[in-house]
Write a protein that binds this ligand. Structure first.
Ligand SMILES: Cc1ncc(COP(=O)(O)O)c(C=O)c1O
Length: 358
């Protein structure tokens, strides 16, 4: 019999033990992905309630049995429209959407190339279809070019758009040009850019984004050309064999999308990003500044990252410590994320506390 207690002890000794933290309302959260503060937006909550009254709490089934309601259909159409794509389908989570795309393409692909810092779900998806994991250097077009030359048969290149632990952006156009020359498929995961930046989707490529981050809800979608999305409906096991998300979530997501397009929360978020970047430079805090909502402070050691998280918590701020295997060994970090509803005073106090904690 395996001794899981011993295994857990080993993880604890390495300062890699993960646990839930239930954060009470008095703590200011600086590590949520609710970038546009739509999770608690009164109009989103109101739409959710309306959805519950109209459609009930759950979908009752998978999309292809009887779980696909008018609410799901309307949201898919709105997302296809927003991303300027012919078609879109909903998945229950972004993790499943990524696995869903790979699973549908299992018989079609001979190779996949991924950015070294792509999200875990893309690596898991790659493994699931039993193809060798091949990664090019992070955001490095030359490395991609060198690797793509060596591939034979049909393939796909996949990149995060905004990288989840760095906050930096992939060079979509440069990557796409290389992929196009090879006549391969291009896929991007825009989990952290959706809602913040205009979708940048090359012709005939695959676009995935989640509704659990900027949209403040849960679920995800894949958008692309009509035939590819129809193909996913036929072949994607994580789409076919799971319960559709609640229709009320779809009604709330339609409202989130309306607020994203209207843009007020986005303006507030970008003002906060600017303020954070300027002040942290002034205070000489060694943040790896980015143009997105994700602002990492790399401290290397697991222990140090955990101790800063604890110190911040005592001052009323929550910034989770990110450790391996989520990031590479010796690159543990505080991954600070900014939201639209953070106040300048909160950001200032966070940075001063952080400076003192370093
Ligand atoms: C880049 C990226 N892709 C996909 C996902 C998974 O999305 P979801 O949380 O909707 O499963 C995440 C979430 O952390 C992510 O950061």
């Amino acid at each position: 019999m395996m001794d899981f207690s011993e295994k857990n002890k080993t993880i604890k000794k390495q300062n890699l033990y993960r646990k839930h933290r239930i954060i009470d309302d008095s703590i200011i959260n600086f590590c949520s992905n609710d970038y546009l503060s739509l999770k608690n937006h009164p109009q989103v909550i109101e739409a959710f309630k309306k959805g519950l009254n109209q459609f009930g709490a759950g979908s009752g089934s998978s999309h292809l049995v009887s779980g696909h309601s008018k609410a799901h259909q309307k949201l898919q159409e709105a997302l296809a429209n927003y991303t300027n794509q012919e078609n879109a389908i909903l998945f229950s989570t972004g993790y499943m959407a990524n696995i869903g795309v790979f699973s549908a393409l299992k018989e079609e692909l001979n190779w996949v190339l991924q950015d070294k810092l792509n999200h875990a779900s893309l690596l898991d998806a790659n493994q699931l279809i039993a193809l060798k994991i091949q990664r090019y250097l992070h955001n490095n077009i030359v490395s991609l070019e060198n690797k793509i030359k060596k591939q034979d048969g049909n393939g796909m290149v996949v990149t995060d758009n905004i990288f989840s632990m760095e906050g930096d952006k992939a060079n979509i156009n440069a990557i796409y040009n290389i992929v196009k020359n090879k006549d391969a498929i291009f896929m991007q995961d825009d989990a952290h850019g959706f809602g913040l930046f205009e979708p940048d989707i090359p012709n005939n490529s695959i676009y995935m984004a989640t509704l659990g981050k900027s949209a403040g809800l849960m679920g995800a979608f894949v958008a692309g050309n009509y035939d590819f999305i129809e193909f996913l409906i036929q072949k994607s096991r994580p789409y076919i064999y799971t319960t559709a998300i609640s229709p009320a979530v779809c009604i709330a997501a339609l409202k989130s999308l309306e607020l994203i397009i209207q843009g007020e929360q986005k303006i507030k978020l970008f003002e906060n990003i600017y303020f954070f970047n300027e002040l942290s430079k002034e205070l000489e805090i060694p943040i790896n500044h980015s143009k997105s909502a994700i602002q990492p402070l790399i401290v290397k050691s697991n222990e140090k990252a955990l101790s800063i998280t604890d110190k911040l918590l005592k001052s009323g701020f929550y910034v989770n410590a990110i450790r391996p295997p989520t990031v590479a060994k010796n690159s543990s970090r505080l991954r600070i994320t900014l939201n639209a509803n953070h106040t300048k005073a909160e950001i200032e106090k966070l940075l001063i506390t952080l400076k003192n904690a370093l």
